[in-house]
Structures are given as C-alpha cells and as structure tokens.
Design a protein around this ligand. Structure first.
Ligand SMILES: Cc1cc2nc3c(=O)[nH]c(=O)nc-3n(C[C@H](O)[C@H](O)[C@H](O)COP(=O)(O)O)c2cc1C
Length: 188
C-alpha cells in the first residue's frame, strides 16, 4: 500500500462574507470520512499574497504559499464563479507559486454559482492544463438556488454525495499515479 496522499482543499474566494469556507469545510468533512488521504483546507486568504509581480517576491506569504503547494500531492479546488470565471484571488494564487510546484499533480474541481459555477470551472481547466495539473472528469456543481439557503447557507442536496465520492476516488487514483511520475529521474 502506498502512503496516503496530502490533498489540499483550496478555497477559491477570499471576499468578506464568502461562502467558500462553508463549502470547503463540508468537502473536508465528507473527505475525512474516507480515511484514504490526508485532507487539509488551504485558505488563500491566510497567505497575504501580493498581486503577482508587484513586489520583489520575498514576502513570507509568497514563500509559505510555494512551500504549501510544493508539499501537496493533489488538490480539490472550491471554485466560486465571478463574472463567468474564477476569482481574481484564485488566479493570482495560481500564478504566485512556482510553476514546477504544480506540475504532475492531480486535481478535482467543485464549483458553485447560479449555474453551478460551470463556466468558472471550465476556465480553471484551461489554466490547470498550462500548469500541468491533471484535472479529473467528475465535477460536482452546486446551485446557489437549490444548494444554499438564502444564497448564503450551504445545504447541499443529497444527490451530490455520489459525485463527491467519484471526484475523490479519481483524485486519489490520479494523485498516486502522478506521484510516480514526479519520482522519475527526469523530474526528481
Ligand atoms: C464580483 C462577483 C461576480 C459574480 N459573478 C457571477 C457570475 O458570473 N455567475 C454566477 O453564477 N455568480 C456570480 N456571482 C455570484 C457568486 O457566485 C456568489 O456570490 C457566490 O457566493 C460567490 O462565492 P463566495 O461567496 O465564496 O465569494 C458573482 C459574485 C461576485 C462577488
């Protein structure tokens, strides 16, 4: 049996009053029941990331962010849809770690919005391709109308459990496979 993966559940929004904290917490509790990996919430807001390229690059938050992405084997992105795309905060965070910290790792995407955040998730897939992150097919989409009370309290419908299970199955499978790729002499 291979060691358990370290999987970061990345909160994709940072605004005051955001719901990503609730969605991420739900995802972590769901995932922890499986006992198949070490799941942790990674909150971009904790890193005080400057806008990419506007500083000398020596901020402690930037180094801490690079270390965190380096140490993770796989990701679950909790994606909010802003103007039909991902948030500026998530894009900045993706741009702010060294590209090689993302390379040859697996990811799953869960998203929310008026149409389940689908448009944002599709944008994220293009970005992950450039970062050599392998994003799995299954994509739980949560509706602001039916999976939230008053658009603010996360109450996901029971039907999402099946998709979440499939997402985590795929992230673990691809995560283990890609850890062998990272260990190849050419990548080590
Ligand atoms: C700047 C902004 C733009 C938004 N644009 C969209 C959008 O294009 N499509 C959509 O479904 N929801 C949109 N919304 C609604 C968000 O999906 C909703 O507010 C959600 O709760 C945001 O996630 P957060 O609470 O984690 O920040 C937008 C919200 C904000 C703040």
């Amino acid at each position: 049996m291979t060691d358990q993966l370290k999987i970061g559940i990345i909160l994709g929004s940072t605004r005051q009053g955001r719901v990503s904290t609730q969605v991420g917490q739900w995802a972590k509790e769901f995932a922890d029941q499986r006992q198949d990996a070490h799941y942790e919430i990674v909150d971009i807001a904790d890193y005080d990331l400057p806008f990419v390229g506007t500083t000398d690059g020596n901020e402690p938050g930037l180094m801490k962010w690079a270390d965190k992405i380096n140490e993770l084997d796989a990701f679950v992105f909790v994606v909010a849809e802003y103007n039909h795309s991902i948030t500026g905060a998530l894009k900045n965070a993706l741009d702010s770690a060294p590209q090689t910290a993302w390379h040859n790792k697996a990811a799953g995407i869960m998203s929310y919005g008026s149409t389940g955040g689908a448009r944002a998730a599709e944008h994220l897939r293009g970005i992950l391709g450039e970062l050599m992150v392998a994003d799995v097919r299954v994509h739980p989409t949560f509706s602001l109308f039916t999976d939230f009370e008053n658009f603010s309290t996360f109450k996901p419908a029971a039907l999402h459990a099946e998709n979440m299970t499939a997402l985590l199955d795929q992230v673990n499978t691809w995560g283990h496979a890609l850890s062998t790729v990272r260990a190849l002499p050419v990548n080590a």
